[in-house]
Design a binder for this molecule. Structure first.
Ligand code: DX5
Ligand code: ZN
Length: 217
């Protein structure tokens, strides 16, 4: 079980400070949300953020959640930035393209995964399973932090674990707090992404510790 904090809702001018606080609280992986203003109606970070992150924190994993339907430009650009893992949306490209980009990531020593939006069934993972290091189930519609958790996500997490025979870690992203973390833990989540719950309250350390208690129980 692992918490992968999403840095999306950190005050950008405090990024280094808040990331350090999270690392001191035991975090070993961060979730970096990349939004292209087209596949989702919002913009976030560019490749430089990922390379700066790896320069400052080489021992900490950077997981890129690529919310873009322009993989041709953005996958190579973000691979060059040196992330440890990249997650591609099933809805953002054709199946042939998805297959190609999963191979591309592995060829460049980047772990690869598929992200499913709330309306996409887990059955689409079947033919990609041998190529996946991780699966991400969206528990909100992507685009913004601070949204409400969609309860139907729990059944999808269970179904994904069943389909993948519990061999590939299933991650959940969106609306995770103390209450929803319990629900998704019971459903079989291995990696918990949390943004506003960790970074939009008084103490990042306290929030991480509270979530850890639930995730690690
Ligand atoms: C939404 C992003 C999430 C989000 C998580 O598009 O993929 O990673 O920022 O934020 P919270 O935890 O606030 O839902
Ligand atoms: Zn995300």
């Amino acid at each position: 079980m692992m918490i992968a904090p999403s840095i999306l809702n950190i005050d950008n001018l405090n990024l280094e400070k808040d990331i350090k606080i999270a690392i001191d609280a035991g975090i070993t992986r961060f979730h970096i949300d990349i939004m292209d203003g087209h596949f989702v109606p919002n913009l976030s970070f560019g490749p430089q953020l990922v390379s700066d992150f790896k320069k400052s924190f080489p021992g900490i994993e950077a997981e890129v959640h690529l919310m873009s339907d322009n993989p041709k430009v953005l996958v190579p650009a973000f691979v060059d930035a040196g992330p440890d893992l990249m997650l591609l949306h099933y809805e953002a490209m054709t199946m042939a393209e998805l297959d190609h980009w999963l191979d591309f990531l592995h060829e460049h020593d980047v772990k690869a995964g598929i992200v499913l939006n709330p309306d996409t069934p887990v059955s689409v993972l079947t033919e990609f399973a041998p190529k996946l290091d991780q699966v991400l189930i969206m528990s909100v519609y992507p685009g913004f932090g601070g949204q409400k958790f969609i309860p139907e996500s729990c059944a999808k997490i269970e179904a994904a674990n069943e389909l993948l025979q519990n061999k590939i870690p299933v991650e959940v992203d969106g609306g995770i707090n103390q209450e929803t973390a319990k629900l998704v833990r019971e459903a079989g989540t291995s990696i918990f992404v949390a943004g506003s719950y960790l970074f939009c309250q008084d103490s990042i350390t306290d929030q991480i510790n509270e979530l850890k208690e639930i995730v690690e129980r």
